[in-house]
Design a protein around this ligand. Structure first.
Ligand code: FES
Length: 157
C-alpha cells in the first residue's frame, strides 16, 4: 500500500460528495498525487480498488490531464503554456531560456530533483501571455529577466 489511511479517507469523503462515486475520480487522483508525488501504476491500482472502478478507466483519466503526472517529477513543476496567445507573445523563447538555465529538455527533471520542465496547452490566462504555472502559482507577462528572479526564488526553498 502506498496511499496512507489519511489519503484514503480523503478519497472516500470526496466520493460522498457526488451522486455517483466515479465523479470523484479527478479529485481522488489529485489527492493520490499529492500524497505519492506522482501516479505510478501501483497508485492507480490502489485508487481503482478504493473506488471500485475498472483500472483502465482510472488510467485513462490519469493520462488525459497534464496536471496529473505518471512519472516522478521535481520539487517544482514548471508548465509553460505554448498555446496560441502565449506562442504569439514569445512562449518558445521562454521555453528556450528555461531549457538553457536549467540544463534540461522539456519533459526532464534537473539532476538535483528541484525542477521539472513541461509545456502545456492553454491555462486560461491568455491576456497575460506569455505565462507559466509553477506548482499551483501562475507567473504571467513573463520576460527573461523575470525568469531569473522566479528561478532564484524557487531555488531558495
Ligand atoms: S494561450 Fe497561454 S494561457 Fe491561453
Amino acid at each position: 500500500m502506498i496511499l496512507s489511511e489519511t489519503a484514503r479517507a480523503e478519497i472516500r469523503a470526496a466520493m460522498k460528495k457526488y451522486p455517483q462515486a466515479r465523479s470523484a475520480l479527478l479529485p481522488a487522483l489529485e489527492i493520490a498525487q499529492r500524497e505519492a508525488g506522482y501516479l505510478s501504476p501501483q497508485v492507480l491500482r490502489e485508487v481503482a480498488l478504493l473506488m471500485d472502478l475498472p483500472p483502465v478507466e482510472v488510467a485513462s483519466v490519469a493520462s488525459f490531464y497534464t496536471m496529473l503526472y505518471r512519472r516522478p517529477v521535481g520539487k517544482h513543476v514548471i508548465q509553460v503554456c505554448t498555446n496560441i496567445s502565449c506562442s504569439l507573445m514569445g512562449a518558445e523563447h521562454i521555453v528556450d531560456v528555461l531549457r538553457k538555465k536549467l540544463g534540461i529538455e522539456v519533459g526532464e527533471t534537473t539532476p538535483d530533483g528541484r525542477f521539472t520542465l513541461l509545456t502545456v496547452e492553454c491555462l486560461g490566462s491568455c491576456g497575460t501571455a506569455p505565462m507559466m504555472q509553477v506548482d499551483d502559482t501562475y507567473y504571467e507577462n513573463l520576460t527573461e529577466e523575470r525568469l531569473d528572479a522566479i528561478l532564484a526564488e524557487l531555488s531558495r526553498d
